[in-house]
Ligand binder design. Structure first.
Ligand code: TXA
Ligand code: MG
Length: 349
């Protein structure tokens, strides 16, 4: 099956037809990939157990890894959770619609197939208006993980979705690039104090400024016998095919260490790449130098990251050395994704 592909443009009539078609597919239990402000999602009717199961099959995702339920009206939150605590209202007020996911106790309207068997449900109200319109057309509740094959970087463009899922789902809605480029911040409100399970566009300090102290769940160690709080954290994510290392420390020391590693790997016949900022890009001698943007513009760096990891695969890179990006606001989220891509392989110089 080849997915129907529709691009949202300035043509209102065509757009209306696209949303009606997408909504119809989801209401009938099918799968539609759609843009959000973070990354593209792979959507199905969150209230339909069979539809949720199809998501796992299409992604090749383990069925104990729960999905995020996307809504487009705040009132709809009350229809799927047991109760809405004060902290959820505060966070919704501050950050919804937007790149924040809250974990709450689910009610009987959400099947266990959507929550990977858990009593809790992850809920997000995205700000992307294409996502909102599709959610409304679909009946109000879209379960969606990122629209990539399990183990690949999350998609930030419709082309990424086509590469991974083009022949496994019913429809792809192209709404241009996801402008944030990192998945939502996940906050668990079923524990006391609340816990940030995944850093994202909003960092733990921003969450704490609204609801008081939060625990920052430590990055998963990689030991699959541990049960991490967000089940998805135990799986290897974003891993490019290349061997990857992050080099952290003082600028000059980082550059000389990276160039040393690159020469070593080149001597072994490997195709090498460096991931860096535009400020330091001219220093590197790798076969391919990927600049994510200026260190002064962390939003640009975040938005470029997943696309760059995919390019490294497309260009058959064997070895990637990346600079570290401990930028002020998004640094925790960027480094979380980068460390996962590198399998926690960091050299401090
Ligand atoms: O920005 C995003 O969040 C994107 C877009 C499409 O909205 N979605 C996304 O979904 O990143 P996914 O499935 O790739 O990541 C969802 C994460 C997983 O790590 C999963 O384990 C966790 O959320 N999660 C979902 N429900 C949970 C629950 N009830 N308790 C704990 N963690 C949960
Ligand atoms: Mg994902």
């Amino acid at each position: 099956m080849k997915a129907e592909f529709v691009r949202i443009t300035g043509d209102k009539k065509a757009n209306r037809a696209a949303f009606e078609r997408g909504g119809e597919i989801i209401r009938n239990g099918g799968l539609v990939a759609f843009p959000t402000e973070t990354v593209y999602g792979l959507g199905a009717n969150a209230l339909d157990a069979e539809a949720s199961k199809k998501i796992y099959a299409a992604k090749g995702r383990p069925s104990d890894n729960p999905l995020i339920v996307h809504i487009a009206e705040l009132e709809d939150l009350w229809k799927i959770v047991k109760d809405v605590p004060e902290n959820a209202l505060k966070l919704a007020d501050a950050f919804w619609p937007g790149p924040l996911t809250m974990i709450l106790y689910k009610n009987e309207n959400i099947p266990y197939e959507t929550t990977g068997g858990l009593e809790t449900v992850a809920v997000r109200f995205p700000s992307n208006i294409i996502a909102q319109r599709l959610i409304r057309e679909s009946g109000g509740f879209i379960a969606a993980p990122s629209a990539n094959l399990s183990g690949r970087p999350s998609p930030t463009k419709a082309e990424h979705v086509c590469e991974d899922l083009g022949d496994r789902i019913d429809m792809i809605i192209d709404g241009g690039n996801s402008n944030i480029g990192l998945e939502s911040t996940i906050v668990d409100l079923t524990v006391d104090p609340p816990a940030v399970l995944r850093p994202g566009f909003y960092n733990a300090d921003q969450i704490a400024s609204v609801i008081g102290d939060v625990i920052h769940e430590k990055a998963f160690s990689g030991n699959e016998n541990e049960a991490p709080k967000a089940p998805g954290m135990k799986y290897r994510h974003y891993a490019p095919k290349a061997e990857m290392v992050i080099v952290a420390g003082d600028n000059a020391a980082v550059a000389s260490k990276i160039n040393e590693l690159v020469s070593e790997k080149q001597a072994n016949g490997m195709k090498t790449a460096v991931i860096c900022s535009s400020d330091t890009a001219p220093i590197y001698s790798a076969d391919r130098v990927f600049s994510l943007g200026s260190t002064g513009n962390e939003d640009e760096i975040a938005a470029a990251l997943f696309d760059t990891l995919r390019k490294a695969d497309d260009e058959s890179i064997d070895f990637i050395a990346s600079e570290a990006f401990y930028t002020p606001r998004l640094g925790t989220a960027i480094m979380n994704r980068l460390k996962k891509a590198a399998g926690n392989n960091i050299i401090n110089v």
